[in-house]
Design a protein around this ligand. Structure first.
Ligand code: CA
Length: 230
């Protein structure tokens, strides 16, 4: 049976081009021109893989990916125009599987799609992305779940994203403005110290002693870094 690919791209020319190349490879193709349409088609057509442009009108590719992850295990190949966006796209934060930076060659796209579809996913007991383990803390990115000594923590989306950003580079110091940009996006204007409030809440949930935290370490005058919980 042909695998179904959902292509989400608002530029008509590029969308048709992608459709042409991937159809020639024998895939069944479904097309969407914006994020909401993409999500609704993802529900009805159950694609195996989604080629998802980052810059879309309405809700952007990151948000589409986040919402998609709540009901679908489809592979997500993100298309991005800016190299600087890559670290937001991949992995913990939104759960894309791979990315291509525009412009890319059609051959490269086809190769990536084929490689992804060869990886087993949810076939029998094959596990998804590996669990991240830091001492008693477990982060299950596939399920957007954080466990402390096996107990599931109730984190808000914002706290989860904040934790994901810190965990994406353990030991690296993130300034408040870097955290703001990554968690709230570029359109946030306000006091950097809003971060501190969420850090405090997150520490409480992680059972971190504010005086001697082991997971989220304050770097005085700079920002925060993730410790390994030891
Ligand atoms: Ca676009």
């Amino acid at each position: 049976m042909a695998r179904t690919l959902l292509i989400v791209e608002d530029e008509d020319r590029l969308r048709d081009l992608l459709r042409g190349y991937l159809e020639r490879e024998g895939f069944r193709i479904v097309l969407a021109g914006d994020g909401m349409q993409a999500l609704s088609l993802a529900r009805s057509e159950r694609p195996d893989l989604v080629v998802l442009d980052l810059m879309l009108p309405g809700i952007d590719g990151l948000e589409v990916c986040r919402r998609l992850r709540t009901f679908s295990d489809a592979y997500v190949l993100m298309l991005t125009a800016k190299a600087g966006e890559i670290d937001r796209v991949i992995g913990l934060e939104v759960g894309a599987d791979d990315y291509l930076t525009k412009p890319f060659s059609p051959r490269e796209l086809v190769a990536r799609v084929r490689a992804m579809l060869r990886r087993p996913r949810n076939a029998g007991d094959v596990p998804g992305p590996p669990l991240l383990q830091f001492g008693v803390l477990t982060i299950d990115a596939a399920r957007h779940e954080v466990l402390l000594a096996g107990e599931s923590l109730k984190l808000t989306n914002l706290e989860y994203t904040l934790l994901s950003v810190l965990v994406s580079a353990p030991g690296r110091v993130f300034t408040r403005s870097q955290l703001l940009e990554r968690v709230w996006g570029n359109d946030y204007f306000g006091d950097d110290h809003v971060i501190d409030v969420h850090i405090a809440n997150l520490r409480k949930k992680l059972g971190d002693d504010p005086a001697r935290p082991t997971f989220i370490i304050t770097v005085r005058g700079v920002g925060y870094r993730f410790g390994d919980g030891l």
